[in-house]
Design a binder for this molecule. Sequence first.
Ligand code: NDP
Length: 287
Amino acid sequence: MNLIDGKATAAHILENLMTEITQLSHRPGLSVILIGNNPASQAYVNAKIKACNKIGIYSELITLPETVSEDYLLEKIESLNQDKNIHGILVQLPLPRHISTNKVIEAISYQKDVDGFHPINMGRLAKGLPALIPCTPKGIQELLKFYNIETEGKHCVIVGRSNIVGMPMSVMMMQNMPFANATVTVCHSKTKNIEQYTRQADILIAAVGSPKKITGDMVKEGCVVIDVGINRVQNGEKYQLVGDVDFESVAPKTTYITPVPGGVGPMTIAMLMKNTVEAAKMINNLL
Ligand code: NDP
């Protein structure tokens, strides 16, 4: 079993980006909008701003109250779309119920959509055209590349079909390109006997949101396991972060596995930085 070190890989990518940024004629800029005071969202946003500061991306955090109107938010996004110093706009999800997530995502200029959730970016990704790609699946593909894990002709089973992880991941893994070209199966909450699919996986990607859902008896010997899950579970008095994979029973059967924390999580932030730099280059015609 080899541990895939997402923390070290992300640090390496961030270092390269830092050098690249010093050579750009325009400093990339990211604007992050945080609505309300959900502690998990606050923690994610802080980590994103910290990464910007570390590698030289200009960043601004816009905090708005839970009660902010949809119209106000859409106007704010439009002003950022016009702002020449801003190349990436990220609205931290989830949004309060009275605001339409789809409307907000579609209001962001697709060229500044560093989360890769805009239908134009999703459509371009599906067609294999250059696009801003959602950060978590992009980070997973980077890990496969970094560890030179063969994917061509392999059976990749993805558990989860969200627009953020599972669905774009499935599109990427089936594309005719390096570190893809897999045969892809997507499982979800309506899949019957999920273990009959997971046991066939050469590469298993778990993005379920259910602690230790994938157990040792559900995987085959020699597989590669990517654990996307971040679940906060109570352990006595304390809270602990656990993945969607039961590491203890699964790891001994794998050739490669990502830990939680320190696997996919750090890569997601690194890819947000990469997307911001790519967006800045695209907007300034440097690509
Ligand atoms: P969602 O809740 O949006 O999607 C979960 C998916 O899992 C859905 O497709 C759902 O099916 C499926 N699912 C739920 N229960 C089961 C089950 N019992 N059996 C099979 N499939 C099931 O979550 P996300 O995709 O946003 O996130 C998944 C996990 O990854 C979470 O733990 C999240 O915290 C983590 N995450 C981690 C990131 C990182 O950077 N490491 C980034 C983003 C997410 P259905 O569609 O039928 O409802």
